[in-house]
Ligand binder design. Structure first.
Ligand code: FBP
Length: 278
């Protein structure tokens, strides 16, 4: 697993250069979710593929930016599902974006996740590795990532990150979000899943939600590349992650780019989500 972490660290440094220097314009391509790809999406994907291809323990990779899986080494142990540049539509307004990696064994169900790495391209280049615990690193001198601290969620926080188009919310979801704000929570939502979830983790707690909506009944965020990895991180940090009723890591995708409604948070916030969705 260590060699995968090292490959991701090398990719992160190269992608940071792309984030800071590459043209933020659109390519002529559309990805398998129907999103028009930015040139930087495609280049970031290639950077990661080139690094992961060198690793014997990687059996196959699958990217949010590609329709199909890419076989790497038939004797490999791990499957890597990744979103090379999540939230890339925010690049042209200079907001933070991220990369997300789920390291699976035996399949792409939530229960098959063995480790997660995510990268935040912000004022600092930061990287989080979740295995048995959740460790925060930042890029120091001579391009080395330096350990900063272990990340732990409190039982309850005070940040609320409500995603998706509010006019498409169910009455019950709108009531829950309104009640959370009335109870004193503060709005923290940039439209970038990685920095938004990273903020709640580092500030000790709160709720990030991307529910079922009238325009997206199965939600927008992808199980394999985005949702399962962050569900894994939140649980290892002492929080929980549900689809409104069920634990997210108990789910399996019907197809590689499958999506699900998702709620990530501290324990008290997830208790509230389950109560409103009974
Ligand atoms: P990508 O499509 O860039 O991979 O990311 C999806 C995303 O931008 C997430 O990062 C973010 O949480 C969500 O969409 C925001 O969606 P919305 O604008 O509907 O709230």
């Amino acid at each position: 697993m260590e060699e995968i972490f090292e490959a991701i660290k090398k990719s992160a440094i190269k992608i940071r250069w792309l984030v800071e220097n590459e043209d933020t314009g659109y390519s002529a391509n559309v990805n398998s979710t129907g999103d028009t790809q930015l040139k930087v999406d495609i280049k970031s994907d290639l950077v990661i593929e080139e690094e992961l291809k060198k690793i014997d323990s990687v059996k196959e990779i699958i990217s949010e930016e590609k329709e199909d899986k890419t076989p790497i080494n038939k004797n490999g142990k791990y499957l890597v599902g990744y979103d090379p540049l999540d939230g890339s539509s925010l690049l042209d307004v200079n907001l933070s974006v991220g990369s997300i990696f789920g390291i699976y064994q035996g399949g792409y169900a939530g229960e098959n996740l063995k480790a997660v790495v995510y990268v935040v391209y912000g004022p600092r280049l930061e990287l989080v590795i979740a295995c048995e615990d959740v460790k925060l690193y930042k890029l120091g001198e001579d391009s080395e990532f330096v350990f900063v601290k272990n990340i732990k969620l409190k039982e309850k926080g005070n940040l609320n990150a409500p995603g998706s188009t509010q006019s498409c919310w169910s009455k019950r979801h709108k009531q829950m979000i309104d009640d959370i704000f009335v109870s004193g929570y503060r709005l923290r939502y940039s439209g970038g899943m990685v920095p938004d979830l990273h903020q709640i983790l580092l500030k000790g707690g709160g709720l990030f939600s991307y529910p079922s909506t009238t325009d997206r009944p199965k939600g927008k965020l992808r199980m394999v590349f985005e949702v399962f990895p962050f569900a894994f991180v939140y649980e290892k940090a002492g929080g929980r992650a549900v689809d409104g009723q069920k634990r997210l890591l108990d789910l399996s995708p019907a197809y590689p780019h499958d999506t699900t409604p998702c709620f990530f948070g501290s324990n008290k916030e997830i208790d509230l989500v389950l109560k409103y969705n009974e």
